[in-house]
Design a protein around this ligand. Structure first.
Ligand code: CS2
Ligand code: MG
Length: 396
């Protein structure tokens, strides 16, 4: 069997998505991959169109690992979010094809199910603690057991906070001191209101220094969060040692990592408890599976990144891997814009707070290309910039 065509499709059904279709010489046999890198979509599209697609034509789509090694090591330039998102898209499309050839869902190719579904957590963000508690109660009524709690910290600067903006020029304020007071107060309120049972996590989004992250983790211990996500920036990972020494709060990290070697020190030193890599940015299912195997040896669980800025194809891949691995922790779930249903079919679905995938061959997802064409790319869908009160840049 041979790859005959590789197409890149860019669409914006409420969010920008870059999709990859790999076609074969078998009539009607193709695979879909997700090449979306939020805010840098066209860089990945160009990498695929101009550099990677020509290398794939004529190759055997069944040779997933060899293609992965060829694109990662064999073409010399490797790593980084752009190339690893492109590689992930190829990897997902090839697993999709392999499943279709075998007549099996991808989780079956990965060793078969170890569980019936993947426990999901729901974003329950709010303007204040009361709104978050209400959102958690509403999610509990739907069957969710795990929740992410993010609160608006009262504005600490005079930067505008409008709802719709050109994100190339938009910034939001952030100050560490009010933030460090607000999060423990939020958890105290949530435990008082909701009791000990709900699994509640918080995403720091890389905004703290190691000693501040240590203070926050220590202050949250009494409220036993499910985990504290991305407490520090990803560049100097060894700084997590300080956070670890100072608290027993479970830690999670990984959405900004691009390959297994970035995870390695955190795994072998047991500096985190959950690996949060993004299957769409880490080179796909092949790489995610290897990371899960490394983590399993150290009793570390997987909690794959699942934001609405990656397409339902990646969300399906998340759940296929979650279903197969023994060290699954929890799966981030997202609420997508409604238009998404015009373009994508067969993605994972929620039932009683758990994500399910069908047993359709491959990843089970498909794309309506005509519908996708009705939603043109939105060029300024960038992440906002955070700035301190003095105007300086802060990690978003
Ligand atoms: C977040 C993401 O889901 C998460 O954990 O950190 O929403 C992140 O902000 C976006 O994926 C950035 O594109
Ligand atoms: Mg995050």
């Amino acid at each position: 069997m041979k790859i005959t065509d590789v197409k890149v499709l860019i669409t914006c059904p409420g969010r920008n998505y870059v999709l990859l279709k790999i076609e074969t010489d078998q009539p009607g046999l193709y695979g879909w991959g997700d090449a979306t890198l939020n805010g840098r979509e066209l860089a990945v599209a160009a990498a695929l169109r101009d550099h990677i697609a020509p290398l794939l034509i004529g190759r055997d789509p069944g040779r997933i690992e060899d293609t992965w090694q060829y694109l990662f090591r064999g073409t010399y330039w490797r790593g980084g979010p752009v190339l690893m998102t492109a590689l992930a898209a190829v990897d997902l499309a090839l697993w999709d094809i392999k499943g279709k050839v075998a007549g099996l869902p991808v989780y079956s190719l990965l060793g078969g199910p170890t569980r019936a579904s993947a426990m999901a957590y729901r974003h329950c963000d709010g303007r204040d603690a009361q709104e978050i508690a209400d959102n958690i109660r509403a999610a509990q009524a739907l069957g969710f057991k795990a929740f992410r709690a993010q609160v608006d910290v009262p504005s600490t600067s005079s930067f505008p906070n409008t709802t719709w903006v050109d994100r190339t020029t938009y910034s939001q304020p952030f100050e560490d001191a009010p933030y460090l007071r607000a999060i423990p107060a939020l958890f105290e309120y949530l435990r008082q209101e909701l009791g000990d049972e709900p699994l509640i996590l918080h995403d720091v989004h890389e905004r703290l220094t190691p000693i501040q992250a240590s203070q926050l983790a220590g202050a949250l211990e009494a409220y036993h969060p499910l985990f504290l996500e991305d407490p520090i920036r990803p560049e100097h990972k060894e700084s997590l040692r300080l956070v670890r020494q100072n608290s027993r709060v479970p830690l999670a990290m990984g959405e900004l990592f691009n390959h297994r070697w970035e995870c390695l020190p955190l795994i072998t030193e047991q500096l985190i408890d959950y690996v949060r890599v993004d299957i769409a940015h880490i080179g796909g299912i092949s790489e995610a599976r290897k990371i899960a195997v490394m983590a399993e040896a150290y009793h570390i669980q997987m909690a794959f990144h699942g934001p609405p800025d990656v397409a339902p194809i990646t969300h399906a891949a998340n759940v296929h891997v979650d279903m197969a691995i023994p060290n699954f922790g929890v799966q981030e779930s997202s609420i997508f814009p409604v238009e998404i249903e015009d373009v994508f079919t067969g993605g994972p679905w929620l039932e009683n707070g758990h994500l399910h995938v069908s047993d359709a061959p491959g990843l089970g997802t498909d794309v309506d290309e005509q519908a996708a064409a009705r939603y043109p790319y939105h060029p300024t869908e960038y992440l906002p910039t955070l700035r301190r009160a003095d105007g300086s840049v802060q990690d978003w």
